[in-house]
Write a protein that binds this ligand. Structure first.
Ligand code: DLL
Length: 433
């Protein structure tokens, strides 16, 4: 089978626009009627859902940002009643608390279909065995993807993360034909498979990489080393999760499932850029019930491509993601905001406010995040045991907020360079992947 939902995937452009408008009107009404935050924002902008008469009218609506999720933590932006929410997921917030999103039963169905569409698009089907080597839990890459595989009827191996030798063993023993993981983890898989001389025993035909940026060069390397075709999968928890945009077999840009998301690519003044120009991706949910997001500033940079594609799909297309408009970092697939680190550090009296983040890739191509902080003078007792205790405490606090292990280095007060302007908090020494 070539398409999962041909009606939507190949809809003629005029009909698609009509559907998008109808759904945009529904989304605007849904949030206006059910979410006080949106009602207030609409009022401030002087609009009501009745003002949406054409697709271009989306520009009358106010933007939503990640900080709005934080300010309404945890469920303040949900558009459905709490008893109709059947699942939540979360991602990193900009400080302290994560951003929480909710799904109704229908949302889970819609999302699963989008993933089933995406997998069908790259030639996978019922007979395939798909290993999901993404973190299960609040991260959408685990369960979200999992349900999509089941929806399509393929066999899912819910391997989750960790224990690379065992991941490979599962791939061999279960006849795995496709794997879903972050591109940086794929390097580790490839390296381990090469070391253990297992490459020839693998029967992978496809890899689905997402959750973090990667490049054409990485595609070439990993396709060769693992002997498969690699496809880009884009998504964010605020818009379901994985499966918002996906590459087809042309491997040339991502199809955004336009019956579910309205795409804008905007310059720094909020104006639509022309085709082929770089701008920030702004998305509006057209089909969500639980958490319906209007003009969400994703912070991801991309380019709009011509919709026509040899695969026959008529969706909006974008280039692979080209970095961030803000200072968000992605470390081992997890989003990290320097403001989260600042928040943690500011709550620990033994260390000062100045800090620096250093990002490296270790020999397995995995990210290592080191945080340099200055020890307050009165915290320096001269006893090494005390130093170790402070270091462990900072590390522990960071782990509980960021969900990743970090290396904390304590420095003498004054050693981090002070600047008059914006502090240079991040030193990213990672080679591009
Ligand atoms: O990372 C959802 C996901 C899971 C996508 C698995 C693909 C596969 P969040 O934790 O909310 O959700 O992080 C979303 O990750 O705004 C991008 O900055 C980045 N990102 C995700 N996929 C890609 C990609 C998931 N293919 C944030 N290329 C997004 C570049 C990506 N960046």
């Amino acid at each position: 089978m070539k398409y999962w939902q041909p009606k939507y995937e190949t809809m003629n452009p005029e009909e698609l626009k009509r559907l998008q408008l109808k759904r945009l009107q529904n989304s605007a009404k849904l949030v206006y009627d059910n979410v006080p935050f949106y009602r207030q924002k609409f009022k401030e902008a002087g609009v009501t859902p009745d003002d949406i008469k054409t697709l271009e009218d989306v520009r009358k609506l106010p933007f939503t940002r990640k900080t709005d999720l934080r300010d309404n933590y945890p469920f303040g932006l949900f558009a459905a009643k709490k008893e109709d929410i059947v699942r939540i997921h979360a991602s990193s917030g900009t400080s302290g608390k994560p951003t929480v999103v909710g799904y109704t039963a229908k949302d889970i169905e819609t999302w699963s279909d989008l993933i089933a569409r995406s997998l069908t698009m790259i030639g996978l089907s019922k007979g395939d065995v798909i290993q999901n080597s993404m973190n299960y839990g609040l991260f959408t890459g685990g369960l979200g993807f999992h349900y999509g595989v089941e929806r399509m009827g393929a066999m899912i191996v819910p391997a989750a993360t960790g224990n690379t030798a065992r991941q490979l063993e599962m791939m061999i023993d279960f006849g795995v034909t496709a794997v879903h993981c972050t591109p940086s983890y794929a390097f580790y898989l490839a390296e381990t498979a090469e070391e253990l001389d297992l490459i020839d025993k693998l029967s992978l035909k496809a890899a689905i990489f997402g959750g973090e940026p990667w490049s054409e060069n990485t595609r070439k390397q990993l396709e060769k080393r693992l002997n498969l075709k690699a496809y880009d999968c884009y998504g964010l928890s605020e818009m379901f999760g994985p499966g918002v945009g996906f590459e087809c077999q042309e491997q040339n840009g991502l199809h955004i499932w336009s019956d579910n998301f309205l795409v804008e690519v905007l310059d720094e003044n909020g104006e639509q850029v022309s085709e082929g120009e770089k701008g920030e991706l702004v998305l509006t949910s057209l089909s969500k019930e639980g958490f319906c997001n209007i003009r969400y500033r994703t912070g991801d940079m991309t380019k709009l491509l011509e919709s026509e594609c040899d695969c026959g799909r008529t969706t909006t297309r974008i280039s692979r993601l080209l970095g961030r408009a803000d200072d968000m970092l992605i470390v081992r697939g997890i989003n990290v905001f320097p403001s989260q680190i600042q928040d943690v550090i500011s709550r620990i009296p033994q260390v000062g406010e100045h800090f620096q983040l250093i990002l490296d890739r270790n020999k397995h191509m995995l990210d290592e995040l080191t945080i340099e902080v200055e020890l307050e003078e009165n915290a320096f007792t001269g006893d090494l045991k005390d130093l170790k205790a402070v270091q462990n405490h900072v590390q522990h606090e960071l782990k509980s907020v960021l969900n990743i292990r970090t290396n904390v280095e304590l420095l003498e007060k004054g050693s981090i360079e002070r600047t008059a302007g914006k502090a240079k908090r991040v030193i990213d020494r990672r080679p591009e992947i």
